[in-house]
Design a protein around this ligand. Sequence first.
Ligand code: NOJ
Ligand code: MG
Length: 532
Amino acid sequence: MTAATWWKTATIYQIYPRSFQDSDGDGVGDLAGVRARLDHLVDLGVDALWLSPIFVSPMRDFGYDIADYTAIDQVFGTMEDFDALIAEVHRRGLKMILDLVPNHTSDEHAWFRDSRAGRDSPKRDWYIWRDPAPDGGPPNNWQSEFGGSAWAFDEATGQYYYHAFLASQPDLNWRNPAVREAVTDVMRFWLDKGVDGFRIDVLWHLMKDQSFRDNPENPRWRNGDAPTDRLIKLYTTDLPEMEEVVRLLRQTVEPYGDRVLIGEIYLPTERLVRYYGADDDGVHLPFNFALIDAPWDARHIDQMIHDYERALPEGGWPNWVTGNHDKPRLATRVGLAQARVAAVLLLTLRGTPTLYYGEEIGMEHAVFDDATALDPFARQVPGFGLGRDGARTPMQWRPGPNAGFSDGTPWLPVSRTDEAATVEGQRDDPASMLSLYRRLLALRRTRAAFTEGVYQGLAAEGDLLLYLREAGAERFLVALNLGSTPISVRLTGPAAAGEVVISARPGREGERVGGELHLDGDNALVIALDPT
Ligand code: NOJ
Ligand code: MG
């Protein structure tokens, strides 16, 4: 592989800037804070950081509602802070990925202020405006992802505008060439500043049906299911026209060389992989959330890996994600013991891994009451466990007040401040979650089998997941026990014997194994196989 494909061998680390490190005592993480914590990323062994939005925003959706795409929100710092951060990131040999939110802006963006000012405003058509239905109600049945109708009525001009998320997040009209020009200008602004790529927010949402047909009812929806799943988003997401929009985004970064586009796309595998483009002209990495959404079951995951590998188009590079700021935290989803197994899985599968800040110390999902949550999703669709505050609590750096996150009052309470739950408390403990992540990432960096190597699934039963990774003479067997009871498996053929190089649970590294392999409950082993 050439240097032009850094993102194929890289591990990406997502930082939620509000929650990483506060440098000025206002209780909100900031860019100077991220800069002060870059040692941690280097020490951990990741290669790129992705920052959730840092741009000017009224923060109704904590930065995913942007009022100015090319300025830093003052809560995070200044453009000077950004320049200092990216310089330091690059000085350390790391890459910087920003969050691009092209689907919608804040209602406080100058574009939307102009658009709503009057029916004849120059930017009226930059957003999606429709007349009321004959009864005065919304133009059709489209629903917001955050609950209720996706149409908001504007009294002054007598029309509705479409918002896939909050009413304060009006959707841009991607059929309008001026919008395409404006957003690709934003991309060029940051590319010129040296950013190494973008994670593209809700990419599959960008185009909407031109004739505004009603979305069909979801036949699988049952009373008691989240109301936001009642309709199939047939006419509001994943339209055929997405192909040309994705191509445009790709063409925008192409002249800059070595940059990566990562699409946030929640779709079944066969539709997801279309975003690679028909001719490698799509996004480089359509985020693969299968590990987040999958039940923690070895047979299911085995099949899912197999299906994903098979669905990848020629030249399509795989990727895996274990968590993000929208989903329940990994250690809570699968349990702390299995979170170690998940770490081994994420970092030994074929493709680019993305991990979410705090996973490396086993941070758990914090419990918040929907009614008083800060997350608007929790408040608008209460009672379905959809709240996201629990995944966004501040990073736990060291034992003591606020776990070292802030000298002020953190915007969300710090979950744990005891030594065992912090980076400092885990760093020198070889048995800690952090040490496991560091060993796995070190192994990935030095062994081509894990980055460039082939993946070969091996037959297994019950809670066992078994596969080979190999490149040239370098061969590894990965054996994961997704259950809590011990497993015995007979190793045969070319995978018959070797040495344990990683053990998810402490104690087995350096052990020789061969013949009958005993795998303790909640453990995963990476075994360097003997040369054949
Ligand atoms: C996806 C983001 O990850 C999420 O946090 C946000 O609320 C929505 N897109 C809307 O931008
Ligand atoms: Mg701050």
